[in-house]
Design a binder for this molecule. Structure first.
Ligand SMILES: [Fe+2]
Length: 452
């Protein structure tokens, strides 16, 4: 079983050395638990440029604490290995040159055991620092330590997405974890009406958020409705059977060019054998289960499916406002409104839609699949990235990407929240991404459609 987080809630219970130390151990040990089922060879492979080797993730999150915490606050700081700063810097231009991302799989040394030594060394120094700093200095460092926790949790999710792709390329179809759920059919899709108007979106409360969730601000929403669950594999099969991947009128121009160039005719990880579709998962390859949410589709595919359905994708503000008005808006940590199929039970795959929480109507809000929105990833009005290298964390990616909301079945427990803005390029499919439809507000097209 993968360790989960404590119930410490920094909104009501300020961090101190003991609680920071405890959360540090939990986050760090969860990364190691996720890597534990993988061989050194599994942890070294990079199956495509977007994927990073497991051992690189383990080292990079360590480099993050070393760079942004120890180097800033430790007396007489010296790096564990000078070369590691070059190898394990991901994208921070301010910090100097770095090794090319597409070549991470070529780095056979340091091996997984040396990466383990690096982790243990930095862990000991972080523990020592947190235990010995005076209260005032520690308080100033809380934001970067907490960012280190959430950064490592982001990489825990990426580690799982990436190893899923690595294992998909192995003809033996190895199992990482979990078991398939029984075959089921999609249940009826419902719609939740939302009044709209002048609403507020963005992170609210004293709890942690990434900088891109701020500032909280107002947006105008026309009345709209949101599907009460994610689009299913069964509905996606109907889209495919209706020529969904062959009909140009359903596709954005860039999307059509992409599916033609890449030969896409189904979601990533789907393969056809003797007229039947199978799906690669972290628990092996199984027949596509019609009742499960469709996963590993790009923005282009999500958008084409919505057009085929006579519906559209929600904007990120519509998604967030609908979740809040449905009584499911919440922050991470102890907030029991943030519930769902997240990466806390070791199944690591979307599940059929369960009933909504008591008093709510939207299903599968947090967890299962990150949900593509119709919103480009742009700064909120008044956004200013922090000064220094840490300002590169989010802000510089605000171009040519789309926002996804909600979290997925690989998201670390305690990491999801309603205002969380994930983002990927339009054609990305290796992230665990799915589709929720919206309607109203903006004019919809009318074509042959499935979900009504
Ligand atoms: Fe990172």
């Amino acid at each position: 079983m993968i360790p989960t987080s404590t119930q410490h809630d920094p909104r009501t219970d300020p961090w101190d050395a003991a609680s920071l130390g405890q959360r540090f151990e939990e986050v760090r040990s969860r990364t190691e638990a996720l890597a534990a089922p993988l061989s050194p060879e599994d942890q070294t492979v990079q199956s495509m440029p977007d994927v990073s080797p497991t051992k690189w993730h383990r080292a990079h999150v360590t480099w993050f604490f070393e760079t942004f915490l120890l180097a800033e606050a430790e007396a007489g700081f010296a790096p564990f290995q000078d070369q590691y700063w070059f190898l394990f810097n991901s994208y921070y231009e301010t910090l100097g040159p770095r090794y090319a991302r597409p070549d991470r799989g070529l780095v056979t040394r340091p091996g997984v055991h040396e990466v383990g030594d690096y982790r243990a060394h930095v862990d000991a120094r972080v523990r020592d620092l947190v235990d010995t700093l005076d209260e005032g200095t520690l308080e100033k460092l809380v934001p970067v330590i907490e960012l280190g926790f959430h950064h490592e949790q982001q990489h825990q999710e990426l580690l799982l997405m990436d190893i899923k792709h690595v294992l998909s390329r192995n003809p033996l179809q190895p199992v990482y974890a979990g078991r398939p759920v029984e075959r089921c059919e999609p249940d009826d899709l419902g719609w939740v009406e939302v009044e709209g108007g002048l609403v507020e979106v963005g992170h609210e409360s004293a709890g942690f958020s990434f900088d891109n969730e701020l500032p909280r601000h107002r947006q105008w929403l026309e009345p709209y409705r949101l599907a009460d669950r994610l689009v299913t594999n069964g509905e996606w099969l109907a889209f495919m059977a209706d020529g969904g991947y062959e009909r140009p009128e359903l596709w954005l121009s860039d999307g059509l060019a992409r599916i033609r160039a890449e030969g896409w005719r189904a979601p990533l990880y789907w393969t056809e054998h003797d007229g039947l579709w199978f799906e690669h998962t972290l628990h092996g390859t199984w027949p596509v289960n019609p009742g499960l949410p469709v996963a590993h589709v790009s923005f282009y595919e999500a958008e084409a499916f919505a057009t085929w359905s006579g519906k559209r994708l929600p904007t990120e503000a519509e998604w967030e406002h609908a979740v809040v008005t449905d009584g499911q808006g919440g922050q991470h940590g102890r907030d029991d409104r943030v519930t769902g199929n997240l990466g806390d039970d070791g199944s690591f795959h979307p599940r059929p839609a369960a009933p909504a929480p008591a008093g709510s109507r939207l299903r599968q809000v947090h967890g299962d699949c990150w949900e593509w929105t119709a919103s480009a990833y742009h700064p909120y009005p008044g956004f200013h990235p922090p000064a220094g290298a840490i300002g590169e964390y989010n802000g510089k990616f605000m171009s040519n990407q789309m926002v996804l909301r909600g979290g997925c079945a690989l998201t670390a427990p305690g990491h999801a929240r309603t205002s969380y803005r994930n983002f990927f390029p339009h054609g990305a499919r290796w992230a665990l991404s799915g589709v929720r439809l919206a309607d109203g507000g903006a004019p919809s097209t009318t074509t042959a459609g499935a979900p009504t």
